[in-house]
Write a protein that binds this ligand. Structure first.
Ligand code: AMP
Length: 542
């Protein structure tokens, strides 16, 4: 017997179809220098058609790469839809990369057109003359003069769009054609390109919406604080369109707690999404001002482990955090921690602090760090997380770093975790961050969580530094809350830890610093800390 189903391609075009046929009246709101920009999904869809006409007129053809260097705003969203729907490839450029990395990824992807926010021209200008593949630069501008630059001729997005027709005949696409590319930077070497297909984006979107995942409905108002230039903004740009949820975009004010509070209140936001450092600052702002966000029912948090004190603090303010894990190579969502019906209520907080079980569509396992043997799901054995599924990378562009795939087709994440008998993953560390002291492992994530529970501590991160006897010992870099800057001592932090972690886990040194360096995604940048850290006092003494 042959199956009798239509061979309907799974593409981003379907998301656009839903947006324009079903949700025309829903709003997209973007923060602006003064006030907000507001229009409907109907207005948005018409402009998406215009963008496709405009790009075609400029020579963009199916398969061509179009780069975007932009914040979370409505023009960026238009490009998120128009580029893949016309068969071209959306390349979201991480604006916080070093200039030479930015030039590298533009050339590696072969971008021919770049669309850049006017406010980010200074970032692009640092690589003027070093991006030979780029033929056209289009500026996304709210009006006013552009910053000075040496980029040669630039075109204005709004002027280009003005006379374009609002209906574009979208081509029939192969669901396995590339839709987007995003580069991930490892600890060493050049960034590596992860190329998403239409099919992977479609299936990832379907999974993101589900009740066991981010549970986004038409009635929701979603504010992604996770950048659209990083890991597809966790899939939210397509998920909101598929669901028809109202979208609120913070543009370049993502790190500004006051702006986030104001947007939540004025636009009735129900779902927030971002990394822990964003919520640490927001919580502080809320505690200081007494602001309330009663409409917010979910604060999605991923990118790094949620410190227990942060989850508890948010909970106190009525803000329920939803812990998710993933990476650029996993589109990015891989796990989401929602307690099971059979798990006891009193364990709920501890369970939600884990990264959670794989979402529908994703399979994972853990492998012994030395032998590679598969480990049991007993909540004790820890090993490298390996993952497979329809939106998991099977390699990188130009075959970079082929060693990340196992011979039997699983992706090696570089994350170390336990999995409990219910399938809940608990990330212990990155393979490159875990500390091996005297032959025993120390989880920096757990240690950081314990330190951040100290009432005077705002942020903390732990790295291993060379030790003459133990090979490596932990050192904590701690930022105190400003009002406690003078009065906090290393002994106080170390004493605080004595009944919370094993004695030999307690950091040899506590170093107070003004700010922890952050990565492009707002995570603690241990690489920078490690490179710049003075050696352990004990290492110098011997
Ligand atoms: P990126 O590809 O830049 O998004 O980084 C992915 C990495 O971030 C993962 O491999 C993890 O090491 C880390 N990560 C993401 N989500 C979590 C989480 N919920 N808890 C701990 N680490 C996380």
């Amino acid at each position: 017997m042959e199956q009798t189903m239509q061979d309907y391609p799974l593409t981003v075009q379907h998301v656009l179809w839903r947006v324009e046929k079903l949700f025309c009246r829903k709003e997209i709101v973007t923060k602006r220098e003064a006030g907000v920009h507001r229009y409907t999904y109907g207005d948005f869809a018409a402009r998406v058609h215009q963008v496709a006409h405009m790009l075609e007129r400029l020579g963009v053809r199916p398969g061509d790469r179009v780069g975007t260097l932009a914040w979370n705003n409505y023009r960026h969203l238009e490009l998120y839809y128009a580029i893949p729907c016309m068969g071209a490839v959306l390349h979201t450029l991480n604006l916080r990369l070093f200039p030479e990395q930015l030039a590298f990824i533009i050339e590696d992807a072969g971008d021919t057109v770049l669309c850049v926010d006017a406010s980010l021209i200074p970032v692009l200008n640092k690589i003027a003359g070093k991006i030979p593949t780029v033929k056209t630069i289009i500026v996304l501008n709210d009006g006013g003069d552009l910053p000075a630059h040496d980029l040669g001729e630039t075109l204005d997005y709004e002027s280009l769009l003005a006379d374009e027709p609002t209906t574009y005949a979208w081509p029939t696409l192969d669901e396995r054609a590339p839709a987007g590319v995003c580069y991930t930077s490892g600890t060493t070497g050049n960034p590596k390109g992860v190329v998403y297909s239409h099919r992977s984006q479609f299936l990832h979107t379907m999974s993101v919406l589900q009740k066991g995942c981010l549970n986004i409905g038409e009635e929701d108002v979603v504010l992604p604080v996770v950048p659209m230039f990083h890991a597809n903004s966790w899939g939210l740009p397509y998920a909101v369109g598929m669901a028809g949820a109202k979208l609120v975009l913070p543009d370049r004010w993502m790190g500004d707690g006051a702006t986030l509070i104001e947007l939540c209140q004025s636009e009735d936001v129900t779902i927030l999404a971002g990394v822990p450092t964003i919520w640490i600052n927001l919580l502080r702002q809320i505690e200081q001002t007494g602001a309330q966000l009663p409409k917010v029912h979910t604060v999605v948090c991923g990118g790094s482990a949620i410190p227990p004190a942060l989850m508890a603090g948010m909970e106190k303010q009525g803000l329920r955090m939803l812990h998710a894990w993933g990476m650029t190579e996993t589109s990015p969502l891989g796990t989401v921690s929602i307690p099971r019906s059979w798990q006891p209520e009193e364990e709920s907080l501890a369970i939600r602090l884990k990264q959670g079980p794989p979402i529908p569509g994703v399979e994972l396992r853990i492998a012994d760090l030395s032998t590679g043997a598969e480990l049991p799901w007993d909540g004790v054995a820890f090993g490298e997380v390996q993952v497979r599924g329809p939106w998991i990378a099977s390699g990188y562009h130009h075959n970079a770093d082929p060693g990340k795939q196992t011979e039997d087709g699983w992706f090696k994440t570089g994350d170390v975790a336990t999995i409990d008998p219910d399938g809940f993953v608990a990330i212990v560390d990155r393979t490159k961050d875990v500390i091996k002291s005297g032959g025993e492992w120390i989880s920096t994530i757990e240690l950081e969580g314990a330190i951040m529970a100290h009432p005077k501590v705002l942020e903390a991160t732990v790295v291993g530094l060379a030790h003459p006897k133990w090979v490596e010992r932990p050192v904590a870099f701690v930022v105190t809350k400003p009002e406690h800057a003078e009065a906090t001592t290393p002994e106080e932090i170390r004493d605080f830890l004595t009944d919370k972690v094993a004695r030999w886990w307690i950091p040899d040194e506590i170093r107070f610093i003004a700010e922890i360096p952050k990565t492009s995604a707002g995570k603690f940048d241990k690489k920078v800390l490690r490179v710049n850290a003075a050696p352990l006092v004990e290492a110098v003494a011997t």
